[in-house]
Write a protein that binds this ligand. Structure first.
Ligand code: R5P
Length: 291
């Protein structure tokens, strides 16, 4: 039987503990002391065994701090084993997967190089923003979909004539998969984002959602702009309640409050990022992938 050690980075402690529990693995905590000048002193609190070591650390804000923590822990773990898997449930920088404007750095490819340099043998992530990002990592990697877990949660809800909506055409496949697992229809709105200001606009003219409950699904909520604009548009089309399903709830600034203010009934996210909306646990799908 393969034996695992799970090291929980400070951004993903609870999830790491859950994964360790499922794998019956040794769990090791990390400590991060921040000096007055802002530098981190990172310590792993036990000595890992020479087996497969899973370092679990999402890279949500503060992104660069959490990323350095991840790289440092992998680098330390590498002293004890050559089989280090980086479990990055929320992979930051995945939206920077191509040169949209001339001169832009493809940051996700830099992250791939760093992970490899410190000794990660494999990367496991959940609902990475794009397949291009996964390819750009250029390290053996696996992306797990949390859709089935989100669907299980929504199946328990009593919804009135529901329809699944993607806020943009890029999310059409996600909405289609989610809708077919629930057994309802879906539509994808047309969204435009200004690459310089980040501002979002919905370009769809009308949608047949009158008197229906909606499940608005996206991979992540960052500033909330996509969900807010979509909700405002759908409310004008006289829909009933709007539920939001997403894997990664970044909630930059006061996004959650503004989304609620726009008329959303409930936001459901996973625990790739620990939030009070994290009602769906991804420990099982991660553990099943590792085994
Ligand atoms: C975009 O392609 C993504 O799927 C999300 O829709 C987007 O990143 C969400 O960002 P925000 O909440 O800032 O609109």
């Amino acid at each position: 039987m393969v034996k695992f050690t799970v090291i929980g980075g400070d951004s993903s402690e609870d999830l790491a503990k859950k994964i360790a529990h499922r794998l019956k693995a040794l769990y090791i905590k990390t400590e991060n002391r921040v000096f007055p000048d802002g530098e981190s002193k990172i310590t792993i609190k036990k000595i890992p065994k020479n087996n497969i070591i899973l370092v679990v650390q999402s890279t949500y804000p503060p992104v660069d701090t959490n990323l350095l923590h991840l790289l440092s822990v992998i680098s330390k773990a590498r002293k004890y084993s050559s089989k280090i898997y980086a479990i990055i449930p929320y992979m930051g920088y995945a939206r920077q997967d191509r040169e949209f404007l001339e001169g832009e750095v493809i940051s996700i490819s830099v992250i791939g190089k760093l992970l490899k340099a410190v000794g990660a043998k494999k990367v496991i992530t959940v609902d990475i923003h794009s397949k291009i990002a996964l390819r750009e990592l250029k390290i053996p990697s696996e992306n797990i979909s949390a859709i089935t877990e989100l669907v299980k949660h929504f199946k328990k809800k009593k919804l009135r004539n529901p329809i699944v909506i993607s806020p943009d055409l890029g999310g059409k496949q996600r909405a289609s998969q989610f809708a077919s697992l629930i057994g309802v229809e879906y539509i994808a709105l047309k969204k435009h984002r200004n690459r310089k200001t980040g501002k979002v606009n919905i370009l769809t003219n009308s949608a047949d959602v009158k008197d229906r409950d909606l499940i608005l699904i996206d991979d992540m909520i960052s500033t909330g702009g996509s969900i807010i604009k979509s909700t405002q548009f759908l409310k004008k089309q006289k829909c009933k309640r709007v539920f939001v399903a997403c894997t990664h709830a970044l909630f930059v600034n006061d996004a959650a409050r503004r989304i609620k203010k726009a008329g959303v009934t409930e936001i459901i996210s996973t625990n790739t990022i620990p939030r009070n909306t994290s009602k769906v646990d991804v420990a099982k799908i991660i553990s099943d992938t590792v085994l």
